[in-house]
Design a protein around this ligand. Structure first.
Ligand code: HEM
Length: 280
């Protein structure tokens, strides 16, 4: 045995020399990402408000990607395993999204007031990526495109999302292809309109849930229910954070504030997946 084999081996240190920017930078674009923070006030507490909002926008983007992946897998290939894998990733991402409320969950009105007026009419209501999430859930509304008329790329993406079947539309079409009695009024509905619950769809989910719990459709129903629950939690965490930070004042976006958000938070995502449970 050679002598060197007994000497403690120094671990290799990372490379330091690169021709241009680092491969990390080329991939992550961290230099761009960490220079997108431009607070509008002098208040030191505004930075975390801005960054939390940006972090949530990034999570919205990932979640939209997962739900579009799931919808595409069902539409083009009846590929339930790929859809379930994407939806399961989105469940972990929704949990991370919801956890990112922590830094803003206990703002006092005085703290929020320190930068609130600097926000002008700016409001999360104007988030196009959140709207794409809602559209994928079946909560379509053409009027939600109006605020984005001045931003051609965003407007075009939203218009496309409005006209495409939602994730839930794709799931219901799959149920029909698997022999469930989904009415034509659901299958051929105008997908640019908000999805309205149907008694036949409720019966279809009841049948799915009455059967083998390991059946692909039953497992799909459960991951969709997880998604629905976590979206509901995001809305409620937002509502409570808002109530703490500003009470019953009107919102910067022009709504009645908490009263308007309460109404939004009451909306059921994938409604029949909830109501069918009463009949199983
Ligand atoms: C504690 C801080 C926050 C307060 C007080 C607050 C307040 C409000 C209020 C009052 C509205 C209703 C619309 C309006 O009149 O402005 C709203 C909507 C909204 N906010 Fe926030 N917000 C906060 C943080 C956030 C964050 C961090 C996000 C992340 C992007 C966000 C996203 C949204 C979205 C997506 C809507 C529209 C909801 C819908 O259409 O149903 N908010 N917010």
């Amino acid at each position: 045995m050679s002598q060197t084999a007994h000497e403690p081996h120094e671990p290799e240190t990372p490379h330091l020399d690169f021709e241009g920017t680092t491969p990390y930078e080329d991939y992550v674009r961290a230099d761009v990402l960490t220079h997108l923070q431009h607070p509008l006030s002098d208040d030191p507490g505004e930075m975390v408000f801005l960054v939390t909002t940006q972090v949530m926008e990034l999570w919205f983007t990932v979640i939209v990607h997962e739900w579009e992946t799931a919808a595409h897998a069902l539409r083009t290939a009846d590929d339930i395993p790929t859809a379930i894998a994407a939806l399961k990733r989105s469940i972990r991402e929704l949990e991370a999204l919801n956890a990112s409320w922590t830094p803003l969950a206990h703002l006092t009105p005085a703290q929020f007031n320190s930068y609130r007026s600097a926000l002008g009419e700016g409001s999360g209501f104007q988030s196009a990526m959140y709207r794409r999430m809602e559209f994928l859930l079946g909560d379509k509304s053409a009027s939600m495109l109006v605020p984005h008329r001045g931003a051609p790329r965003v407007h075009a993406e939203l218009e496309k999302a409005l006209q495409e079947p939602s994730l839930y539309d794709e799931v219901l079409r799959l149920l029909a292809r698997r022999g469930h009695a989904i009415p034509q009024s659901v299958l051929r509905r105008d997908v640019a309109l908000r999805y309205e619950p149907s008694p036949e769809v409720e019966r279809a989910w009841t049948a799915v849930y009455a059967g083998d719990p390991e059946d692909e459709l039953a497992r799909l129903g459960e991951v969709l229910t997880d998604v629905a629950e976590l979206v509901w939690r995001w809305r409620n965490d937002h509502l409570v954070a808002t109530r703490r930070a500003m009470g019953a004042k009107a919102g910067t976006g022009g709504s009645a504030g908490v009263a308007w958000l309460e109404k939004r938070a009451r909306k059921n995502v994938f409604p029949e997946l909830w109501t069918a449970r009463s009949h199983v």
